[in-house]
Design a protein. Structure first.
Length: 698
């Protein structure tokens, strides 16, 4: 049997080269042009293939025992192991030696305690369509460093040999067993394949291509982002520095199950390994952790048709989520074993995290490295981060010109960095009220209690984390997970100098008009969960309404789409144009027919602005900018708009849900509806526009 990596290495390289948004602007899935482009990209990937080296990794023992042979398996054995019905427990720390490419890499790793939540479940859908649930999730996923190299990083799994990646500051390496036997076990002497992902010669060869060749290979057609010269906004420290947590559910389709030899165990372990690698990147780059809450695997057939167009698959996947998924998560992603015949290797809703209908993404199979990049990109889009290849004036160039950045459409060789503009996108998203669900830290994780994992568990008084984490905060208050004399806490937003902050101390400031600050309770070191004002609360000097934690006005939307100089058009524009049902004014489209707005709904249709630029600052303009001018009382009134596509589904050219459209009325689905029809809660004694004494939350 051929090694798994050697079978998929071309798919891997294709995925790494193409990332989430690569391709031809004109090619379509399944078309001759699309198929030719797809084959051309695979051929291009083959040309830059670096041959792997074979090696036999070793697990090193810090205190050698005479005559003891130490294998790669990290499972706890003997008296320490729990009952056979329970998942295998893996040792907390390990050291491996991997010899490859004229170097000897010593990998010091420890279990990634943040990966699996305490409620983590695995579902397998059987032939009858029933979901068989199991809480037996094996945790063999590690993070760490190369010994003596502080700039390095390691993310590997050890369930069946070593799988994963490590970075030495110059090169990124992938490691995987050369072969497996039918029992999914691995001999301690089994050879592994190690790939060095970037090479100077291949990089220079690519850079020396003619511009047209590079454009043909890496032309990005999705989510073009034009933006004025960016201004770095003041970010409140607590939002920027506080660790965020994405509670993620992964669904493996039947194609993915077949790719892993019809083994639920191999399929799930591969998926968890991908999430483990992306978690390492997000932890280092965005101060954000990814916590798996559930995994579902389709072992019999696909639950809906997997279309070769990832956007179509994404829409169907979100319908499946709505109708059949009951697990609570911040985001849900499909891992598909197919390879989309498209310019995209994945698709995701921009800014959809924490929402019911758009918190998803789909990711195609292409090997561990390719899926790591694709998942990193699609999750980043959920967090409001845009691709930055085509920013206006090239103001978001990647600092790492050698490897590239994650959100660059032409990023090469498993990029691990986000650009500064990506980080600003994320901070702006949080400051505008997005991502409120990311601040809720899981209370505990799946693996057994252990001192040093950052979670206070049974038998512990405190836990400030690893040695490196404790050195930043908590080492003076917490020793071996026991509080020092007189200390009440060791770390947390509500802990200072080993004591709880006073009741009422602001531990997380509000980020906008629709947020509220959180305060310490006086008896806990943790800041309470992040909440926002309830929908329907007035904001922006009574000009807007809060909806989903964001202040909605037509003025803000015009500036968001067209730039700071843009303004909301006069009400006359909406009354004159949106009632007509033409390209210049409508309430949506039914196939090829523009829908006329009812008179009471005109403010909820096509977004009309004044003083727009010819190019939107975000998204991709579909068609032309529409312009109409009216003369009223010797004054020219400009009414401009355009269909600005954000993620192939979201059209920013329409007034957003939650925008006010009259006294105590709000837009929903192009309809202007009274607030009272939504049953927004109003506390007893509230009057006027002040709900819950001015402190209403949702």
């Amino acid at each position: 049997m051929k090694p798994l990596l050697s079978q998929i290495v071309l798919l891997y390289l294709y995925g790494v080269v193409c990332l989430l948004h690569c391709g031809s602007a004109t090619s379509k899935p399944g078309s001759p042009e699309g198929d030719n482009a797809w084959r051309g990209k695979v051929a291009a990937a083959e040309r830059i293939l670096e041959h792997p080296e074979r090696t036999t990794p070793l697990r090193l023992l810090q205190r050698p025992v005479s005559g003891q042979q130490l294998g790669l398996d990290t499972r706890v054995t003997g008296a320490q192991q729990q009952a056979a019905s329970q998942p295998s427990t893996h040792i907390a720390q390990a050291t491996f030696q991997v010899d490859a490419f004229n170097s000897s890499f010593i990998l010091d790793v420890e279990l990634n305690h943040d990966l699996l939540s305490s409620q983590y479940v695995e579902h397998t859908v059987d032939a009858r369509g029933n979901s068989v649930q199991s809480r037996v999730g094996e945790h063999c996923y590690y993070h760490g460093k190369i010994q003596g190299n502080p700039k390095s990083s390691v993310a590997i799994s050890t369930c069946y040999g070593l799988h994963g990646m490590f970075y030495d500051g110059n090169y990124t390496y992938l490691v995987e067993p050369a072969q497996r036997n039918d029992q999914n076990t691995l001999n301690d002497t089994e050879q592994h394949l190690v790939y060095q992902i970037i090479g100077r010669d291949t990089t220079l060869q690519f850079l020396q291509l003619e511009d047209t060749e590079r454009n043909d290979l890496f032309d990005a057609r999705r989510t073009i982002l034009f933006r004025k010269k960016r201004q770095i906004h003041r970010i409140r420290r607590n939002v920027q520095d506080e660790t965020k947590y994405i509670e993620l559910m992964v669904v493996n389709d039947h194609f993915m199950f077949k790719k892993h030899r019809l083994s639920v165990g191999l399929t799930n372990n591969f998926a968890k390994s991908i999430v483990n690698m992306v978690d390492m990147i997000f932890k280092e780059e965005l101060n954000t952790r990814i916590v798996l809450v559930a995994m579902e695997t389709w072992s019999v057939d696909n639950k809906f048709t997997i279309d070769m167009n990832p956007q179509v698959t994404l829409r169907e996947f979100m319908k499946y989520k709505r109708d059949f998924i009951t697990v609570k998560s911040d985001a849900i992603h499909l891992f598909s074993g197919t390879m989309f015949k498209s310019s995209q290797s994945g698709a995701a809703y921009v800014g959809g995290i924490c929402t019911q209908s758009k918190s998803g993404g789909v990711n195609e199979f292409g090997g561990a490295g390719a899926m790591t990049v694709t998942l990193a990109q699609s999750l980043a889009q959920n967090l409001g981060i845009f691709p930055d290849n085509k920013r206006k004036n090239g103001d978001c160039k990647c600092e790492d010109q050698w490897v590239g950045c994650i959100m660059q459409d032409s990023g090469l060789y498993l990029p691990r960095k986000f650009s500064q503009c990506n980080i600003e996108d994320y901070q702006e998203f949080l400051n505008n009220g997005g991502g409120h669900c990311l601040f809720n830290k899981p209370t505990r994780l799946l693996d057994p209690p252990e001192c040093g994992n950052g979670f206070v568990e049974a038998g512990e008084e405190c836990d400030c984390g690893s040695k490196a984490e404790c050195s930043k905060e908590g080492e003076d208050c917490c020793v071996k997970c026991t509080l020092v004399k007189g200390a009440k806490c060791s770390n947390g937003l509500c802990c200072k100098d080993c004591q709880f902050q006073r009741n009422g101390f602001v531990c997380r400031e509000e980020v906008n008009d629709c947020d509220i600050h959180e305060t310490c309770t006086g008896n806990s070191s943790e800041c309470p969960p992040n909440v926002h004002k309830m929908d329907g609360y007035v904001c922006d000097s009574d000009q807007g309404l809060c909806y989903g934690g964001r202040c909605k006005t037509r003025e803000r939307q015009c500036k968001y789409v067209w730039g700071e100089k843009a303004r909301a058009a006069d009400k006359l524009c909406y009354e004159k144009l949106n009632i007509e049902g033409t390209e210049k004014g409508n309430c949506g489209k039914n196939k090829d027919t523009w829908i006329q707005c009812n008179k009471q709904d005109v403010l909820c249709g096509y977004l009309l602005c004044d003083d727009t630029s010819g190019v939107p600052r975000i998204g991709e303009l579909s068609g032309d900018v529409t312009v109409s001018t009216f003369l009223q009382k010797h004054r020219h009134i400009n009414c401009s708009g355009g269909h600005v596509i954000l993620d192939e589904v979201t059209d920013l050219g329409y007034v957003q849900d939650g925008t006010p459209c009259g006294q105590d009325r709000m837009c929903i689905n192009h309809k202007c509806l009274p607030l009272k029809s939504f049953n927004f809660s109003i506390c007893p004694g509230a009057s006027g526009t002040r709900k819950c004494s001015g402190h209403g939350v949702g």
